[in-house]
Design a protein around this ligand. Structure first.
Ligand SMILES: [Zn+2]
Length: 354
């Protein structure tokens, strides 16, 4: 499939029959592609006894996310590597994702399409809840830097809210809010940083602002938030208390599938865009679970050509609530995330892989 026609698909516009047809063809094509170009992926399929190519998307064996930490999984030659993406990984080893120029371009084009759906095309005054230094990369690009850079595209008059030591610069944000209070400000940051370094600091200092029509986009996981017993509703309430009228959108995504992020709608559900899909699998035997049941989240993406990341089994738990019938009107599956699998690493198909 041509890149241009892939990028120009309607973000939340295919119904489940059309989407299934598109996903099946594309994901099977990618399975074949990675089987031919990535030796480790080929061995993986052989190890789990996949003697012939799967016939539908549900039977494509998902690669456990942690394999991207343990192996250099790529379907391109060394000299084609254009960018190395790394998870921000505060604990243990990081994932390494190898992009060639085409994959990097496709990922950023799709990210732009998804975000334009939510933000429109006009650039807005933008506050980034991070330090300017976080964008600089030493050893490959981190997911955090990629997020900041990707979202910056939607802003103008960028202002970083935190100093290099990650402390809130009160004078700087006060000036920013005063200058742009009446405009549609865009705020972006990683969930825990927004909470701990921004909202909690504003509360400590007893500072409030009265924004009109601002939008906050945040992502990066709830693990640390859950440790502090903060859920989505509480988070949103504290934001609005401190900042005024702010539309808050969480997003779910991972460095292994940069570009195809899952944005949270007005009704609190994360939405699969046309280029990707979520499936829920049983934590014990990995069989597919129906809508409404909680299990491991598998994410499928039609984008990855330079590494075998088109079907990935995450270590996150989630529930798919339905398809094509969210109250917000967007088509596609919609879901919620419910933390990580406790303790044990996911026992995936890949456990036989060594
Ligand atoms: Zn919705």
């Amino acid at each position: 499939m041509q890149m241009a026609s892939l990028v120009n698909m309607p973000v939340y516009g295919l119904n489940k029959l059309e989407k299934k047809q598109f996903l099946t063809a594309r994901l099977l094509e990618l399975t074949q592609h990675h089987y031919q170009h990535c030796g480790e992926y080929k061995r993986l399929l052989h190890c789990i006894g996949e003697t012939c190519m799967p016939k539908d998307a549900e039977h494509i064996p998902p690669v456990a996310a942690r394999l991207f930490k343990e192996y250099q999984l790529k379907s391109i030659d060394e000299e084609e590597i254009f960018r190395l993406m790394r998870s921000s990984g505060t604990h243990g080893s990081q994932s390494s994702i190898y992009l060639d120029a085409d994959s990097a371009k496709l990922q950023s084009q799709v990210l732009v399409k998804i975000l334009q759906h939510w933000l429109g095309k006009a650039r807005r005054p933008m506050l980034l809840i991070d330090a300017a230094q976080s964008v600089q990369n030493k050893n490959g690009m981190t997911a955090r830097a990629a997020g900041l850079q990707g979202l910056s595209f939607f802003g103008r008059n960028h202002c970083y809210a935190l100093n290099s030591d990650m402390q809130l610069d009160v004078a700087r944000i006060t000036e920013f809010f005063q200058r742009y209070e009446q405009e549609n400000i865009l705020i972006f940051g990683f969930t825990f940083i927004v909470w701990q370094q921004f909202i909690q600091q504003l509360e400590k200092l007893n500072l409030k602002f009265n924004l009109q029509n601002a939008t906050l986009i945040h992502g990066g996981g709830w693990k640390k938030m859950q440790q502090q017993a903060v859920n989505d509703a509480l988070f949103q309430q504290h934001i609005k208390n401190r900042l005024g009228d702010v539309a808050v959108h969480d997003y779910y995504g991972m460095v292994e599938q940069t570009g195809t992020i899952y944005m949270q709608c007005e009704h609190g559900y994360l939405h699969a865009p046309v280029w990707s899909d979520v499936m829920i699998r049983d934590t014990n035997d990995l069989h597919l679970l129906p809508f409404g049941e909680k299990g491991l989240i598998q994410v499928n993406s039609t984008l990855p050509t330079s590494y075998p990341g088109h079907c990935i089994l995450t270590e996150d738990l989630g529930v798919v609530h339905g398809e094509d019938d969210c109250q917000c009107g967007r088509l596609g599956k919609y879901f919620t995330v419910h933390g990580r699998v406790p303790n044990a690493q996911v026992r995936g198909c890949s456990d036989t892989f060594s």
